[in-house]
Ligand binder design. Structure first.
Ligand code: PLP
Length: 382
């Protein structure tokens, strides 16, 4: 199987399993315990907290460990609005991941007013439009950093600067940018930032919400008061250690890997244009795009069918958000970009990662050419 679905999840990086292993048995104390075993566990967790903090250049006290990107996003939305008894107004974008979109819909059900910002044809939010929607009772603005389906990057700094001037906190879902682009929390100017370990070469089921020092949240989970009362429950110690190890490795290789992926994606996209001249690459030519992601539209094709045929040929790619696979409707993200409805259903995403090679890209191009020809022959028999 050639795996080209790294935005859905990416395999653990070398050294991560080894870093985690002692925390399953030898150092398996509870980090809250005062005895030696607890202290060993806490030492491992503190080191990991520093490694995660380093990835985004914050103080370790700003890192709240949670169960993944979904929980980080839920904590940001409910935690911030909970302080206001779920009263007032929230702004999100139309292309948010379901782990932001669904909490926002729940806030609406509870009586809050929710503005969903449209995006332009390139999949970007206009910061001026967004700032024009701020109200006196706006409690939170949540806009993702890079989209999981198209890789399009949002103008977060411009949004954050305007919101700061208006005194409105900003949350950014940076799950797809962490490990792919340099991230600096202070430079982004946001108040909360979500991370997920399994998108950057760590284990599944662990993530973090990074908080501005001045922000306090209404917790989602109540209990023993772990994570400075911001997220109760015994921490996922081995997962957190693996998360830290992955952050450290990703930081070391970030610049070279970014360059390598950009060049690999260039090869892929040039090959796509040669093999399938009718294809449309979303955001092609834009510099506001993740270096690893190609969102592709193929006229007269069905994305799901393409993905299934490529799977049979030994390739893993996606036809939309992995979290919503099984759904046959065109992706809401693609629809939000005002893609012609006749084309929207043909979307597939190819996302490269640290295991990807030029040889794999070459093989995919050949397989895609064959599969498209076969499907065309089936649809339009001679
Ligand atoms: N946010 C984005 C942009 C994502 O792509 C994902 C996962 O697909 C998530 C949040 C959810 O992260 P997790 O799988 O860790 O819950």
């Amino acid at each position: 199987m050639i795996y080209l679905d790294h935005n859905a999840t990416t395999p653990m990086r070398p050294g991560v399993v080894e870093a985690m292993e002692p925390y399953w048995w030898k150092n398996a104390g509870n980090p809250a315990s005062v005895h030696g075993a607890g202290r060993m566990a806490l030492k491992g967790m503190d080191r990991a907290r520093q490694q995660v903090a380093d990835l985004v250049s914050v103080h370790p006290s700003q890192v709240v460990f949670v169960s993944g990107g979904t929980e980080a996003n839920n904590l940001a939305l409910f935690g911030q609005t909970g302080k206001h008894n779920f009263q007032g107004h929230v702004i999100i974008s139309a292309i948010e991941h379901p782990s932001v979109m669904a909490p926002a819909m729940e806030l609406k059900r509870r009586g809050m007013s929710v503005t969903i910002m449209e995006v332009d044809r390139n999949g970007r939010v206009d910061p001026m439009n967004l700032l024009g929607c701020l109200r006196d009772d706006t409690r939170l603005v949540s806009v993702m950093h890079a989209n999981n389906e198209t890789g399009v990057i949002q103008p977060i700094q411009d949004i954050a600067n305007g919101c700061r001037a208006a005194g409105v906190p900003v949350h950014v879902d940076a799950v797809q940018t962490a490990g792919k682009l340099p991230l600096n929390f202070a430079e982004l100017g946001v108040d909360m930032l979500s991370l997920s370990a399994h998108k950057l070469g760590g284990p599944k089921g662990v993530g973090a919400l990074i908080l501005n020092k001045s922000i306090s949240l209404h917790p989602l989970v109540f209990g023993g008061g772990q994570e400075r009362n911001r997220r109760s429950g015994t921490e996922n110690l081995s997962g957190i250690v693996g998360f830290g190890a992955a952050c450290m490795r990703v930081s070391r290789e970030l610049m070279s890997e970014q360059k390598r992926l950009l060049s690999l994606r260039g090869e892929l996209e040039r090959g796509l244009k040669d093999t399938l001249p009718e294809c449309v690459i979303l955001g092609e030519g834009s510099r506001y795009r993740l270096p690893n992601t190609t969102g592709l539209l193929l006229p007269n094709m069905d994305g799901e069918t393409l993905v299934m045929h490529l799977d049979l040929a030994g390739f893993a790619v996606s036809s939309g958000s992995a979290c919503s696979s099984g759904r046959t409707e065109p992706s809401p993200v693609i629809r939000a970009m005002q893609v012609d409805p006749a084309l929207a259903g043909s979307f597939i995403r190819i996302s490269l990662g640290w295991t990807s090679t030029g040889e794999e890209v070459e093989k995919l191009l050949q397989a895609l050419g064959r599969v498209v020809k076969k499907l065309q022959a089936m649809a339009f028999p001679p």
